[in-house]
Design a protein around this ligand. Structure first.
Ligand SMILES: [Zn+2]
Length: 260
């Protein structure tokens, strides 16, 4: 019985995360078009039909509808579904890693990390579409860093300041040497994230960012979908690395340092 209740609670937590990220997916869609993110009910962007309540259940509706609009049968973008799954998984990971707090949903520390992952999702989606990272997201992460200074005291102010510089400064120098190596938004993202995460996790994040971004570029070059001089948005890969760094950065750094 206890196992069942516990399992049900984790399912609820997953659905909360999926609902929030489902909304963030809409935010990422509408912000670049300067549409209101709160007004307007959810609708099919092709046939304009307003979605019914059963079509709005995160993850489940997409699978039940086999990824197609009920009215016009147009394919629903897979990234809606993937964002929802990521949100659910992020909420559960934050709960497991940082505790579920007094209310049994998510601790304050976990909520701050979950917010950070949510910002990263919006940054990644907008950067993928427009190759832009808005400064308002850098400011939000900076503010979350202030909160985490108090919530995660194991990373002191000095460690965070080093974190802000350790990746961003080499990126800046490289971009001064090779214009266009990194976008200004990417450099600022790594600076504020270093302040939020601390030194070791941001280094870990950069490692995963380069690994995933490099693999993507390699595949695109090999299949001739990108030319040698083409640019692609690096933000989504940095964001993916930063998500890993936010939850497991310290653990990975501790594990790695054992070998030195
Ligand atoms: Zn439709």
């Amino acid at each position: 019985m206890i196992v069942l209740t516990e399992g049900f609670l984790w399912l609820i937590r997953f659905m909360i995360g999926a609902c929030i990220f489902s909304f963030l997916n809409v935010v990422a869609d509408r912000l670049p078009r300067e549409e209101s993110v709160v007004r307007g009910r959810s609708h099919c962007t092709v046939c304009g039909r307003t979605l019914g309540p059963l079509e709005l259940i995160p993850c489940v509706s997409f699978l039940a509808l086999r990824g197609k609009c009920k009215g016009c049968k147009t394919a629903i973008p897979k990234r809606c579904f993937l964002s929802e799954c990521l949100g659910g998984a992020a909420f559960v990971c934050c709960g497991m890693k940082f505790g579920c707090g007094a209310l049994g949903i998510l601790s304050l520390g976990g909520a701050v990390v979950f917010c950070y992952i949510g910002i990263l999702l919006v940054v990644a989606l907008i950067d993928w579409d427009t190759q832009m990272i808005y400064d308002r997201f850098h400011i939000l992460i900076l503010l979350l860093g202030m909160a985490s200074l108090w919530l995660f005291p194991q990373h002191g102010p000095v460690d965070r300041l080093i974190g802000a510089l350790v990746i961003a400064v080499p990126m800046l120098l490289l971009t001064l040497l090779i214009p266009g190596a990194f976008g200004g938004g990417d450099i600022k993202l790594m600076a504020v994230s270093g302040w939020f995460l601390g030194c070791a996790p941001v280094i870990c994040a950069m490692f995963f960012g380069i690994l995933t971004g490099g693999t993507y570029a390699g595949v695109m070059l090999a299949t001739k979908k990108l030319g040698g001089k083409d640019h692609f948005a690096f933000g989504p890969f940095l964001a993916a690395g930063l998500m890993i760094g936010a939850v497991w950065g310290d653990a990975i750094a501790t594990w790695y340092l054992r070998f030195l």
